[in-house]
Design a protein around this ligand. Sequence first.
Ligand SMILES: [Ca+2]
Length: 521
Amino acid sequence: MKINRRLLLMTSLVANAITATTPTTRPNVVVIVADDMGHHDLSSMGSHIQTPNIDRLSTEGVKLDNYYVQPVCSPTRGSLMTGRYPFRLGLQHENLVGYRPAGLPLEEETMADLFRECGYKTSMIGKWQLGFFKESYLPWNRGFDEFFGQLLGGQDYYSRKKCLKLRNHGNLCGYDLRTHEGPVRDTSAKYQPFLYADKAKEKFAAHNKTQPLYMYLAFQSVHRPLQAPAMYTRLYDGQGLTGPQKIFAGMVTALDAAIGDVVDGLKESGLWNNTILFFSNDNGREGGGRHRGGKNDFYQGGISGTGFFAGPVIAQSKQGTRLKHLTHISDVLPTVLAAGQCKNTPEKPIDGFNLWPFMNGQDNEDVKKRREIPMQINPHLVLHGHDPRNFNTKWDTRMQGVYIKGDMKLIAGSYSILRRREHKSRTVFLYNVTEDSQENYDLSDQRRSLAESLMDKLADLLPEAKYPWHPTPDPKSDPDLNGGFWGPFQEEDLPDKNDTQVTDEDYDTVYPDDEDEPFDQ
Ligand SMILES: [Ca+2]
């Protein structure tokens, strides 16, 4: 008996020793996000900007041809992290700005929670922008084992400094770089995408291969401020570009080089052969690109995504292919969890569709394809007048709602996350974005019953929408009160507030159409 027990113990020790030294067969998952990069800012999309690394990854991987993101950072990132539409998260109204005590609600599980739960090491590098006003909202309390990066967006690319104007309180300025262990005062002046790429390479080299790795690498590039090293802007001399255009192009090429470094790091560390990589922009280019509209807008220029999956984990037969059907940023969560063989699902229902069968070669007629996207429901953004056409619908035509079905896109109310009118009386527009990618022809008269049915869909979903979390700014966010760094500024036991639930009438008086609320990104 004694011998048997000893034998058993020895057998289990040997088994453990094997487990502890055998590399995992489950794939590493690397999710890369570029900030404010337009749909056409890659060479492979016809741009003059040189992006050889991103282009190679996308042409060798599985490219999403009909892919949508949200028009600004926080809604896209919230949807990426939860697999749910931003209107369910209360994140559909503007961005989470540093002085506002709001975030991704704590009852939402994140991609990192789910990967950690199924045995992954979870690591985040880069830009969070999903709330930091209390400790509990910070990335390392939202499922990430470790963090290196910034809590807000739009900081200086060399000094790590971020300033925000707050009405009646002047300019709030502070450093914004930290790890899960505390603030980091970095004086290296290393151009930010390379700071993040180098940190990612460090993490890859140190990674224990017995455990699969999930890394979320969210670059701030190519968001404002316009800054790029001279060696990248000089590439665009003599092409007739303005100074700012040259800097922007240099920023994109530098980001591309940093992504090349990240892939080199994965290869040098022996992780690449067992990795699936996803790349996406978070919203359209600021100021617009080749489509109508740009960042902030629900026109194609704001929400056309550039997204692809890459890496040797994708079945050989699927490499170099394209997915032509409709996809949305919320699809990434179920896709990468399926790739990671994670069977656990979030408690709340997700909106995303699993795309992994299109990459492992198991797609068949039973695999459900997305046909529509309820892009936006914002009960806090209501224009002054109704559309005069007496549509037969339950939807309030003043309220912002955006619905994509097949080739058709309905926009009701403001077309932007800011308060914007397209037309002095009409508030409802319908476009065929395949035939009319510039959205020049409003079809809401010709195809009135379709417009009505899409508005009815929005009206049916309205009870499921969370009222936007958009509280009054808190001057205690001032980094001067927090050791010179942006960081948590409220005690945990203080109740979370959402004190801006104003009536339409109040709202109209305070903010006329086409006038911004105080807003800073
Ligand atoms: Ca952005």
